[in-house]
Every structure is written in structure tokens, then in C-alpha cells.
Ligand binder design. Structure first.
Ligand SMILES: *Cc1c(COP(=O)(O)O)cnc(C)c1O
Length: 368
């Protein structure tokens, strides 16, 4: 496997398949039977690069985008002049003018944010906003007391163009958790008593909970990028990322040698270690120490010893020597071993693997 010239100085090559992201968008949208499908592109499109990913999603037909922060929205506005952009964390004090300037839609999370937006609307005419109702996460959005006050005092919304009322599911990836139905019922009860507006509840996994959860607008993020929205069942999404890292050294080892920091790996039999240029500074989590794996010369091999900042060590004793060469590549992520698989070995979730993907990798976009 040879590397393109631009990648010669990089330790690892991250390939992001924009066609796969577009295909995943269409797969999700096609499950919605007419409800609209937004795309969540917060945290730099889950680490994959919003400036490449968002235009690819737009080309696939997506017109509504969610980010977490105002700063993310301003970057996104430069890529997508005509999309509808929602800011989940909403209207922090003093930010209303920036929302207006960049034509952004704040997600209003408490009565104070509602009041601030209403005052902003008073001098610029009716402006769109979304309203976030907390139906059990107890994290963001109007809690039961705020919701009750808003229902009792609907004039608090006067002048606001309420374009979406949303809530967020706590445990949508567990289809049989009764919390899903509880949240759906709580959300319906509150929406019924608020001014009519399109409803939005489903994240990626929520799309797979059935039509009752689709409402008017779904907000998938992770599934667009290949994370399995239905853990335990075959992944309906296409794989998006491939990550290969360079083999920088090969060495023969034998007992009683040890490998890596802390001498945590004790060599028992004569064998071979490959040193690979990826480490925790690249998002290969240190918690993967002693339990990771990767693909070398067509063989899945165990990572041994600790993950260090720039390097990992793998036991390649079982790889035929004609398949091993310094300067060759190990596959860390690919079609047969995706972000959810690495997450399992690292004790985390695919979301964190994606968002941790390093800025030091040579990045290549294919497709779109
Ligand atoms: C991140 C986020 C989403 C997307 O969730 P996924 O599980 O990645 O699909 C949807 N809605 C809100 C409010 C979010 O914060």
C-alpha cells in the first residue's frame, strides 16, 4: 500500500467518504415517510470536518442543520448561505445580534432566553426560534416548571416565529426502554398546550423507534457518520471513515523483555513487535492500552502495552513476514472494523472515537 506524496510526512491517513455520508442521509430520510430530516453537524461534524461534510449533505438534499454553538453556526453559515441553521445551546447572553446577523435559529432553553429573543424580535420583526422542552434528560431545555409557566403565559412567545418545538431522547438506542414512550407522551402533552409548531424528537436511534417518534423533523447525527443507531442489530449505515497508520519499526523480542511505558506487557515467547505511528494525541484513546487491535498484513493483531502519545505497539508474531514492511500501513478503522468496534475495545462509544479523531492525521475526502 503506497501513500500519496502529500501524506509522506504524516503518521496516519484518515479517509472520509462523503458519498457514504450522503447515502446514510438518504437512508435515514427514506425511513421517515415524509417527515423532514435535518443533519446534526456539531463538533465539526463529529470530528469529520464540517466544511466538507455539510456541503455534501446539502447536495444530498438536506436543508436543516443543527450545531451546538454559535461559533460553529457562523462557520457553517459561510459554507451554506441558504440553509436553516439551529444552535442547540441557544442564546447565550448578548449573542442575539450575532444570531440575527448570520440568520441563525436559536434553540431557546429557558424563559430567560425566550425573553431575550422576544426583545430582539421587537425591533426587527418576527424572528424564527426553536423551543427545547426537557422531557426527562434534566440537562437542557425548559423543565416542568418553566413549561408550565409558558403554557400559563403564552404571551411570553408573542412576536417569536416558533418554527420548531423539540425534545431530546435519553435512551433511544434501547428500543425496549419504557423511557422512550414516557418521553413521547410527556412531549405530546406539552406540545398540545403550546402554540402549534412543527415537532422534533428523534436523534439517530430515534429514527428507528417507529413513526410515532418521527413527528415533523428528525435530527440524526452519529448515524450519518457510520455509528450503528441500533446496537446489537446489523448496522444499517454505511461505513464512513478509514484510518491507516504507518508501521515505523519492526523488532524481534523474546522473554524476559517488556514493551512500552510501565513495562506492562511482558513478552512470553519469541515474537515480533510492530511500532505504529498513532497515539493518544491522535485520538487513539489511552484507555485502549492492552486491549486494542488492528489489521496488519491482512491479520487482526493485538495491541500490546500502553498507548503512548504518538505510538502504539502491536504483536505481529502471527503475520507472515512477507506481509510486513516498515513504511507499510496498519488499518486502525475500516469497513470491517468501524468506530463502534474500536469503541468497544476502548471502553467508550463510537461518538467519542469520531470526535477524538486527530487533527494530525493526513485527511483525504473521497466522493461528492
Ligand atoms: C447531538 C444531538 C442530536 C444528534 O444525536 P445523535 O445521537 O448523534 O443522532 C440530536 N439532538 C440534539 C439536541 C443533540 O444534542
Amino acid at each position: 500500500m503506497s501513500s500519496p506524496p502529500a501524506a509522506r510526512g504524516a503518521g496516519a491517513i484518515l479517509t472520509i467518504d462523503l458519498d457514504a455520508i450522503a447515502a446514510n442521509y438518504r437512508t435515514l430520510r427514506d425511513r421517515l415517510d415524509g417527515a423532514a430530516c435535518a443533519a446534526v453537524v456539531k463538533a465539526d461534524a463529529y470530528g469529520l470536518g464540517v466544511e466538507a461534510v455539510a456541503p455534501a449533505l446539502h447536495k444530498a438534499g438536506c436543508r436543516r442543520f443543527f450545531v451546538a454553538l454559535l461559533d460553529e453556526a457562523i462557520v457553517l453559515r459561510r459554507c451554506l448561505p441558504d440553509a436553516e441553521i439551529f444552535v442547540i445551546i441557544g442564546l447565550l447572553p448578548g449573542t442575539a445580534p450575532a444570531f440575527r446577523e448570520h440568520r441563525l435559529v436559536p434553540v431557546l432553553n429557558d424563559l430567560g432566553q425566550i425573553e431575550e429573543w422576544r426583545r430582539g424580535c421587537a425591533d426587527s420583526g418576527s424572528l424564527p426560534a426553536a423551543l427545547h422542552i426537557d422531557t426527562g434528560m434534566n440537562r437542557l431545555g425548559l423543565g416542568p416548571e418553566d413549561s408550565a409557566r409558558l403554557i400559563a403565559e403564552p404571551e411570553r412567545l408573542a412576536g417569536i416565529d416558533l418554527c420548531c418545538v423539540m425534545s431530546h431522547l435519553i435512551h433511544a438506542e434501547a428500543a425496549d426502554d419504557p423511557l422512550n414512550q414516557t418521553q413521547l407522551a410527556r412531549f405530546a402533552a406539552i406540545r398540545d398546550r403550546l402554540p402549534a409548531a412543527p415537532g422534533s424528537l428523534a436523534n439517530s436511534s430515534g429514527v428507528f423507534l417507529g413513526p410515532a417518534f418521527h413527528l415533523d423533523l428528525a435530527r440524526p447525527g452519529a448515524a450519518l457518520y457510520g455509528v450503528n443507531p441500533i446496537p446489537g442489530a446489523p448496522n444499517p449505515m454505511r461505513n464512513v471513515v478509514r484510518l491507516t497508520a504507518r508501521i515505523v519499526q519492526l523488532r524481534d523480542v523474546d522473554s524476559p523483555m517488556t514493551v512500552g511505558y510501565g513495562a506492562t506487557h511482558k513478552v512470553v515467547n519469541k515474537g515480533k513487535i510492530a511500532t505504529i505511528s498513532i497515539g493518544y494525541a491522535d485520538g487513539y484513546l489511552r484507555s485502549t492500552s492492552g486491549r486494542g487491535s488492528c489489521l496488519v498484513g491482512g491479520v487482526r493483531v493485538p495491541m500490546v502495552g500502553r498507548v503512548s502519545m504518538d505510538l502504539i505497539t502491536v504483536d505481529v508474531s502471527n503475520v507472515p513476514s512477507q506481509n510486513l514492511e516498515p513504511g507499510g500501513f496498519a488499518e486502525i478503522l475500516g469497513d470491517d472494523f468501524g468506530v463502534d468496534d474500536l469503541a468497544r475495545e476502548s471502553g467508550t462509544i463510537g461518538y467519542e472515537i469520531l470526535t477524538a479523531l486527530g487533527r494530525r492525521h493526513h485527511r483525504r475526502y473521497v466522493g461528492a
